[in-house]
Write a protein that binds this ligand. Structure first.
Ligand SMILES: Nc1ncnc2c1ncn2[C@@H]1O[C@H](COP(=O)(O)OP(=O)(O)OP(=O)(O)O)[C@@H](O)[C@H]1O
Ligand SMILES: [Mg+2]
Length: 334
């Protein structure tokens, strides 16, 4: 139960003061088709073949949530899992994504993983300076082969699902390796599920998408939630039937579940949601939804990820229309 929901259990008018960011609601709303498509990919892997799915959608739309769900399903089917997420600040770390995904550390009890970690460490310091996978193409391709060999060996032992989040920030060496891997997994029980925002899209990621398509990748576009799904999400977050004014407020989130929950959190932080007789509603002191949205939409484009996908709140913590915060220099996803 979310913290907000927990507060909604007592009878009488129930206000939600001083709320921070809401905990995620336990249920996934409105993603039946996507979950079915990902389940079909797991079916293909279970029956011995490869399945590649590219999950794409704007920030906050629910890609990570879907990936977590499919990985959980794969775990439930006793498949091997390798999951990692590209870090925006580590885009230049060679093989950073795959190192994290396969857990390659020098201390690893698996000699294959420890060997990969050794390969990625500086190998020599001769007259020309240290040789690294960045400076030495030969070494780089040994690392590419080592990662693909590892994935292949794991898959020969049983179905393997590789989940890669935030591919838009993947380092070029991992991107290159994934392209090679996509050609190596034909005939093997490997699920490759990658999530990414539509932008930023580096040229090498574009090439990877092309390689994955050539290997039979399926695209799964994650769209805004339907009105019905948003109502369900709000109802679960506030543990009450949402009233029309509350639904009007969240309609500005345009079906983006992160925006919906952040907006609810902002309203709750203002003490602006009250539950009376089992119905949650915004209080009379609120500004009209249109004015709130106008203020929130005035946020300037983020200096890191560019203009907002569809709607950008002012910041994670200060969306109060009564005391608008100074314009953020980065958006709430950064
Ligand atoms: N269908 C859904 N039902 C309920 N909650 C959801 C749903 N989809 C996403 N959420 C919640 O919305 C928030 C944002 O989702 P998520 O982190 O998956 O977005 P994302 O697409 O991965 O964003 P980003 O591009 O920033 O990584 C999370 O708190 C998540 O739990
Ligand atoms: Mg995500």
């Amino acid at each position: 139960m979310s913290r907000l929901a927990a507060r909604a259990c007592s009878p009488g008018p129930q206000y939600y003061p001083n709320m921070g960011t809401l905990a995620p609601v336990p249920r996934i709303f409105g993603r039946e088709a996507e979950i079915q498509a990902l389940g079909q990919a797991l079916d293909r892997v279970a029956s011995g073949g490869p399945a590649i799915v590219l999950v794409e959608g704007e920030a906050g739309i629910g890609k990570t949530r879907l990936l977590a769900q499919v990985l959980e399903d794969a775990r439930g089917r006793s498949m091997q899992l390798a999951a990692g997420r590209a870090e925006e600040l580590e885009r230049t770390r060679p093989f950073g994504l795959l190192t994290a995904t396969f857990g390659c550390a020098r201390s690893s009890p698996d000699p294959r993983r420890a060997a990969i970690a050794g390969l990625l460490a500086v190998s020599d310091a001769g007259d020309q300076g240290p040789i690294t996978v960045t400076s030495d193409p030969g070494l780089r391709f040994r690392a590419v082969d080592a990662f693909t060999d590892l994935a292949e060996e794991l898959a020969l032992a049983g179905p393997l699902v590789i989940g890669l989040d935030d591919l838009q920030w993947a380092d070029p060496a991992s991107v290159l390796t994934l392209g090679v891997l996509s050609r190596r997994i034909a005939g093997l029980p490997v699920g490759l599920i990658g999530c990414m925002r539509p932008s930023p899209r580096a040229a090498e990621l574009d090439r990877l998408v092309g390689a994955l398509e050539a290997a039979g990748a399926r695209h799964l576009a994650v769209h805004p939630l339907s009105g019905e799904a948003v109502t369900g999400l709000v109802a679960q977050a506030v543990a009450a039937e949402p009233g029309p004014r509350l639904l009007a407020e969240v309609s500005g989130a345009a079906g983006n579940p992160l925006f919906v929950t952040e907006l609810l959190a902002a309203l709750a932080q203002e003490g602006a949601i009250a539950t009376v007789g089992g119905r949650a509603e915004v209080t009379e002191t609120m500004l009209p939804p249109t004015l709130r949205l106008t203020i929130l939409r005035r946020s300037p484009p983020c200096r890191r990820c560019g203009p907002p996908p569809s709607w950008v709140p002012g910041s994670r913590s200060a969306t109060s229309p009564r005391s608008p915060a100074a314009p953020p220099s980065i958006c709430l996803w950064c």
